[in-house]
Design a protein around this ligand. Structure first.
Ligand SMILES: O=C[C@H](O)COP(=O)(O)O
Length: 248
């Protein structure tokens, strides 16, 4: 039985009220749901202090594929772990677009994350053009195959499906479209890693998840949680999403 995961990606936000919001999120009672917030790297250490002795886990938003070296501006998986992170988001579409990250680079970063004991939240999703031209399933299966190295398990890997056109737009795919993609992702994971492992890897949906659409999305059988952007910045909204997930 897979545990649920409510993951918040704060992106390049969080100055000011971060610690109060984190305290409120960390205090949310849950039955079957793990809680994760990925703040900007400058807030990681403070976030980890707030989260210590609570069920809240902290994660990074990216890492370099190498453990150390001359990589100005980058952060290694080992450094994230040293700050108290236990997860890292990899291959988010904003990284793939803003930094030209390829599937192969995401796979290399995923290996680095595993080596440092982090769970990788590997993101994939189609553009609006790809959706409209009927390429969604080809795109997401290619991203999954290329971004996940051999050795993925239910403990070291989470996969997040985030249609690019749904991120920050208020647009959400039809429930049948989410169901179709998550069913294919599950089948691909089982095919590649076997039934035990393929069934153990959690699949998140991300893209304009809000308190008012969360319950409907979480009713989809292979949706094990959400990767939430905007609505994770306000503990009131994120708690409502956590509640919907915990009740699903
Ligand atoms: O990583 C989170 C996603 O990009 C979703 O962002 P959003 O909830 O603001 O649409």
């Amino acid at each position: 039985m897979r545990r649920k995961l409510a993951a918040g990606n704060w992106k390049m936000n969080g100055l000011g009220t971060a610690q109060d919001e984190l305290r409120a999120i960390a205090a949310t009672p849950t039955r079957q749901t793990d809680l994760l917030i990925c703040p900007p790297s400058t807030l990681l250490e403070r976030a980890a202090i707030v989260a210590s002795d609570t069920p809240l886990e902290i994660g990074g938003q990216d890492c370099h594929a190498n453990p150390t070296g001359a990589h100005t501006g980058d952060i290694s998986a080992e450094m994230l772990a040293d700050c108290g992170a236990s997860y890292v988001i990899l291959g988010h579409s904003e990284r793939r677009t803003d930094h030209n990250e390829s599937n192969a680079q995401v796979a290399a970063k995923t290996l680095a994350a595993w080596t440092s004991g982090l769970t990788a939240v590997v993101c994939l999703g189609e553009s609006l053009k790809e959706r409209q031209s009927g390429q969604t399933l080809d795109v997401i299966t290619a991203q999954l195959a290329g971004s996940l190295p051999d050795g993925a398990t239910g403990e070291n890997t989470v996969v997040a499906y985030e249609p690019i056109w749904a991120i920050g737009t208020g647009l959400v795919p039809e429930i049948a479209q989410i169901d179709e993609v998550h069913t294919i992702l599950r089948a691909e994971l089982v095919k590649r890693f076997g039934v035990m492992t393929g069934d153990a890897i959690r699949l998140l949906y991300g893209g304009s998840v809000k308190p008012d659409n969360a319950a409907e999305i979480f009713a989809v059988p292979n949706v094990d949680g959400a990767l939430v952007g905007g609505a994770s910045l306000k503990s009131h909204d994120f708690k409502a999403i956590i509640d919907a997930l915990d009740a699903s």
